[in-house]
Design a binder for this molecule. Structure first.
Ligand SMILES: CC(C)(COP(=O)(O)OP(=O)(O)OC[C@H]1O[C@@H](n2cnc3c(N)ncnc32)[C@H](O)[C@@H]1OP(=O)(O)O)[C@@H](O)C(=O)NCCC(=O)NCCS
Length: 169
């Protein structure tokens, strides 16, 4: 299988995070508006961002992990899947998070669709799930647009309250 550490879509480069992505990760997660729906994800220092990038790099041991999303050489955010357990089942957890200036032009949809495709290649037996906070309409719209289905039976309590679960059929 070709490396999944650098993948291109129509408009985007999706690549495994590197140490020097920590400032981008800090910008994403130190913005109160950006973490409005998931305040427990907030970061405050570059050191915290470096630690998170290191954890994201380790996820790649599963063959796939979160990518940095780039367009024309500029980092726009992060998107991808990581192998976790949900209610004791192995799943791919789908993440998407973009800088404010990158939102509203289908970037998350494009990157997340690619993540689902690749996750199903690497381990088709592992469903892809997105945990969405109930008021996060943009996030739910992305989940629906890439073919995930709402699964109230899988809903869980997250760090920031109830999470609505969407999953591959
Ligand atoms: C969720 C997020 C990644 C969506 O990215 P995006 O690239 O802007 O998404 P899209 O451009 O594909 O837009 C998705 C849909 O949401 C809609 N939308 C965008 N912002 C919205 C808002 N504030 N309220 C309601 N709908 C909104 C868009 O109109 C679009 O609708 P459509 O499906 O009818 O076309 C982005 O809003 C984000 O990074 N938010 C902050 C982090 C976050 O909450 N991540 C999700 C955690 S689960």
């Amino acid at each position: 299988m070709p490396s999944l550490e650098r993948v291109r879509t129509d408009r985007l480069l999706l690549r495994r995070p590197a140490e020097d992505d920590a400032p981008l990760v800090l910008t994403l997660l130190n913005d109160p508006d950006g973490v409005r729906h998931n305040p427990s994800d907030a970061l405050h220092t570059l050191e915290e961002a470096r630690d998170l990038v290191r954890r994201w790099q380790e996820q790649w041991d599963a063959g796939l992990g979160y990518w940095v999303v780039e367009q024309d050489g500029a980092g726009l955010g992060v998107c991808g899947v990581k192998a976790v357990r949900l209610a004791d089942r192995p799943v791919w957890n789908l993440l998407y998070r973009l800088l404010p200036e990158a939102q509203g032009r289908g970037v998350a949809r494009e990157a997340a669709a690619e993540a689902v495709r690749r996750a199903q290649e690497v381990d088709p037996g592992r469903p892809v799930v997105a945990r969405v906070r109930p008021a996060n309409t943009a996030s739910a719209r992305v989940a629906a647009a890439i073919g995930l289905e709402r699964r109230p039976d899988l809903d869980v309590e997250g760090e920031d309250g109830a999470d609505e679960v969407w999953a591959t059929p």
